[in-house]
Design a protein around this ligand. Structure first.
Ligand code: TYM
Length: 348
């Protein structure tokens, strides 16, 4: 967003882009540095080279119990974090999933072309279901709604972290299946945009380097939230688990915890893993961790400042209303065409 105090400067002409990008983030917890490094950072880059749609996927969050007030607040906060982390609402479309009912409509149609076995095989379903006392059918069909989000917009590319790979493969399979059935390209088959682990594709939990960092984790000590205060960040990094030995080098197998901290350091500072290794020869974990904390604090400070500015009532709501106005007309032609091919009666 350009201009002072939220004054928005409209681009002079619509931008014609060769590629369309779609991605979504669930308002299911306080976003972490894993979300930032694995996804949001890339959203902000891609907006300069593609037509981008970034969605707060509130319907996905409902697949596990949510406090209504918190969900409401987090939906606004995720949108604020989108903008605060560099997504420009004049370049990209930012909107809320439930504001465009076509997502839920397409999801149902796609559910009727997806096999129960495909959904039960999903790793995230198995992991999340094991943690729930009651497993809703929404948790099972979650990846179909995600496929609907993507296919509705004929997205070419989907920037996500590594944990979404299997869901994206399902979205591709569904698209190919529908296209084959009708012998027509109803849906574009989307390509994943997943950074390698060393580029943030999978940031791990600070207390357990075998688990990914997750915004919905029970123990927040393993996470760095984008909105954590500098002191919280310092405390969490200081208490992060380390590996045996005291040398600092990248080795995912033998030094998973230090390797994870090095990736965070590298992405926040712009230094390569080799540069970091050389800088800390013989200095031990203590110095490395306290420098890392400062690098993270500095990376998040401008995002936090911008987030606070965006908390003025009405600012983010206006961006989301504009986003819906731009997104819905892009979604409807695909939905209508698919409804027609399936034999559903057109509205008259
Ligand atoms: P969600 O809300 O869990 O996470 C948002 C994005 O952050 C990435 N991510 C990570 N990247 C690196 N390291 C981590 N520890 C880490 N944790 C999360 C996620 O991969 C994701 O890119 N199902 C999706 C939301 C979704 C979606 C979509 C994404 C719904 N519809 C359509 C793309 C396209 C999810 O739960 O992301």
């Amino acid at each position: 967003m350009k201009g002072d105090k939220g004054a928005r400067v409209k681009p002079l002409a619509p931008r014609i882009m060769a590629k369309r990008v779609f991605s979504g983030v669930q308002p299911s917890g306080s976003l972490t540095i894993g979300n930032y490094l694995g996804a949001l950072r890339n959203f902000a880059k891609l907006q300069h080279e593609a037509e981008c749609l970034f969605c707060v996927v509130d319907l996905h969050a409902l697949t596990v119990p949510q406090d209504p007030k918190e969900l409401h607040q987090r939906t606004l906060d995720v949108a604020r974090i989108f903008v605060a982390s560099g997504i420009d609402p004049d370049l990209a479309t930012i909107f809320v999933q439930s504001h465009v009912p076509a997502h839920a409509e397409l999801s149902w149609l796609l559910e009727c072309t997806t096999y129960d076995g495909e959904l039960r095989r999903m790793t995230q379903y198995k992991e999340k279901a094991a943690r729930q006392e009651v497993v809703t059918s929404g948790l099972l069909t979650y990846p179909v709604l995600m496929a609907a989000d993507i296919l509705l917009y004929q997205a070419d590319e989907v920037p996500v972290g590594d944990d979404q790979k299997q869901h994206l493969e399902l979205a591709r399979d569904i698209a190919v299946r529908v296209n084959n059935r009708f012998d027509e390209e109803i849906f574009k088959v989307p390509e994943p945009y997943i950074p390698p682990k060393t580029a943030g594709g999978r940031i791990m939990n600070l207390q357990d380097a075998t688990e990914k960092m997750s915004k919905s984790a029970e123990n927040p000590r393993g996470n760095i939230a984008i909105l954590d205060s500098p002191d919280e960040i310092r405390r969490k990094i200081k208490s992060a688990v380390t590996d045996s030995g005291r040398e600092i080098y990248y080795d995912e197998v033998n030094k998973p915890a230090i390797s994870n901290l090095m990736v965070i350091y590298s992405l926040c500072s712009g230094q390569s893993l080799d540069e970091i290794k050389s800088a800390y020869v013989g200095s031990g974990y203590g110095q490395f961790k306290s420098d890392l904390a400062e690098v993270v604090v500095e990376t998040l400070a401008p995002i936090q400042k911008r987030f606070t500015e965006l908390s003025e009532p009405g600012v983010i709501e206006a961006i989301l209303a504009e986003g819906r106005r731009k997104a819905e007309p892009l979604a409807l032609p695909t939905l209508r065409r698919f409804q027609d091919r399936l034999g559903l009666l057109a509205l008259s």
